[in-house]
Design a protein around this ligand. Structure first.
Ligand code: GDP
Ligand code: IMO
Ligand code: MG
Length: 424
């Protein structure tokens, strides 16, 4: 299996990082392909929690070469904060490669993110305010500054100054406070010099690695339903987390990919605004949030929670060509007497055949549920299917039946080893 993609099948925070950490054992390159420091990827090893935003989640293994590929938008202050924190905890980031084609995030992107959200008033998207949307917008407008630009410090400094001056005009027009141009030029001059040794043509690097038979793992951030094209627009992020985005974001073509793993929680969560058919606004929802510790890794925001939605997962299978699922956080359902799974959407008594293409339509659907018995015991010690209670096995089988692809891995706790292989 030379190239594997890991993609979120819901609205993010499915536990992608834990699965990537697990798959990293058999991969040499772990590559982030889109998004930026809006991601919060958590790996827990022996009680030590590592919260990663830009550095690929395979970093905890010595044999892994971590790569930030062309599709990512890179915030240099966050990157170096993360590297410093990891290094202070004994994790070397010396092998990190950052694509020369990746675009940089600057303080004006964050300013524009905040202004855009404020202007939306009650229609806020609830972005992470990290400047992700404005950075991708600049990329599409062809005015972005790329990582490779740091390699010519004089030109880089001129580019940053020109952009900062131009953006200040826009920020002031929108009623915002202008940024300190000299300070930005000086800070980014230093950060540019610091990132220079990590900069590489990651397309050539990855193809050379594939030519040698190396195994490459492509790490998605965000998720299918936050995808700019396939998500619940406009309540989405500004990149393509779906599997096609892995090709664009790395320069690895579709025929090189042979395994696409979709990650789903055993229930559903979402941070920020947007339609959420199976959302629970009752005690069950509060229980999922409390027991599942559903608070954002990046922003600390309380996530919204609801039952598992197999209509979403079926759509995720189609859009991403998922070959299998990893089902995480099954242990969070331990204490529920009954558990619901959404198997269809109804509108006006009629069952929908396709996933709605508009957020206003999705907001109006009525979920159709199948109710299952809970298992009433703790799953956290289970390490093989035979150790699962029958009701938990039944839950997994219903997911496989409804979604139509096998569940391969089941998560039963936050720790690195808290999982079992359901089918191999
Ligand atoms: P990501 O963004 O998809 O990588 O997911 P996050 O790291 O934002 O959120 C997932 C959270 O669930 C993290 O705190 C993980 O440590 C935790 N987690 C992952 N898998 C499991 C699991 O199977 N059971 C439990 N209890 N926690 C898990
Ligand atoms: P990981 O990789 C969950 C959400 C934000 C907001 C929308 C747009 O940890 O799964 P943005 O700042 O990207 O413009 O915000 O997307 N969002 C995430 N939600 N997990 C994430 O990443 C997210 N990254 C962005 O909450 O609704
Ligand atoms: Mg997350």
């Amino acid at each position: 299996m030379p190239v594997t993609v890991v993609v979120g099948a819901q609205w993010g925070d499915e536990g992608k990082a834990k699965v990537i950490d697990l798959l990293s054992k058999e991969h040499t390159y772990v590559v982030r392909y889109q998004g930026g420091h809006n991601a919060g990827h958590t790996v827990v090893v022996d009680g030590e929690k590592y919260a990663l935003q830009l550095v690929p989640s395979g970093i905890l293994y010595d044999h892994v070469i971590p790569v930030i590929a062309n599709g990512v938008v890179v915030d240099l202050p966050t990157l170096f904060n993360e590297i410093d924190t990891l290094e202070s905890r004994g994790i070397s980031c010396a092998e990190l490669k950052v694509s020369s084609r990746a675009h940089l995030i600057f303080p004006w992107h964050q300013a524009h993110d905040a202004i855009a959200e404020a202007m939306r008033g009650d229609d806020k998207i609830g972005t992470t305010l990290k400047g992700i949307g404005p950075a991708y917008a600049d990329k599409a407008r062809r005015v972005g500054v790329r990582v490779g630009d740091v390699l010519d410090p004089e030109r880089f400094s001129t580019l940053v100054r020109e952009r900062a001056v131009a953006e200040n005009t826009l920020i002031e027009q929108a009623g915002g406070d202008p940024l300190d141009v000299d300070e930005i030029v000086a800070t980014f001059g230093e950060l540019g010099a610091r990132v220079a040794p990590f900069v590489d043509d990651t397309v050539s690097l990855l193809h050379a690695a594939l030519g040698r038979g190396a195994h490459v793992l492509l790490e998605g951030a965000q998720a299918t339903f936050l995808d700019l094209d396939h998500g619940t627009y406009p309540y989405v992020t500004s990149s393509n987390p779906t599997a096609g985005g892995a090709c664009v974001g790395t320069g690895i073509g579709p025929r090189d990919i042979d395994r696409i793993v979709g990650i789903t929680k055993a229930y559903t969560t979402r941070v920020g605004a947007g339609p959420f058919p199976t959302e629970l606004l009752d005690d069950d929802g509060d229980r999922l949030i409390d027991i599942g510790k559903e608070y954002g890794t990046v922003t600390g925001r309380r996530r919204r929670a609801g039952w598992l939605d197999c209509v979403m997962l079926r759509q995720a299978v189609r859009i991403n060509s998922l070959s299998e699922l990893a089902l995480t956080k099954l242990d969070i359902l331990d204490g529920f007497e009954t558990i619901k799974i959404c198997t269809g959407y109804r509108v006006g008594g009629r069952l929908l055949e396709h996933y709605p293409d508009r957020s206003d339509l999705l907001a109006d659907v009525e979920p159709v549920y199948e109710t299952l018995d809970g298992w009433g015991s703790a799953l956290s010690e289970a390490r093989e299917p035979g150790q699962l209670p029958d009701a938990a096995k039944q839950f997994i089988q219903v997911v496989e039946r409804e979604v139509g692809i096998p569940v391969r891995v089941v998560g039963v706790g936050a720790e690195r080893d808290d999982y079992l292989v359901w089918a191999s």
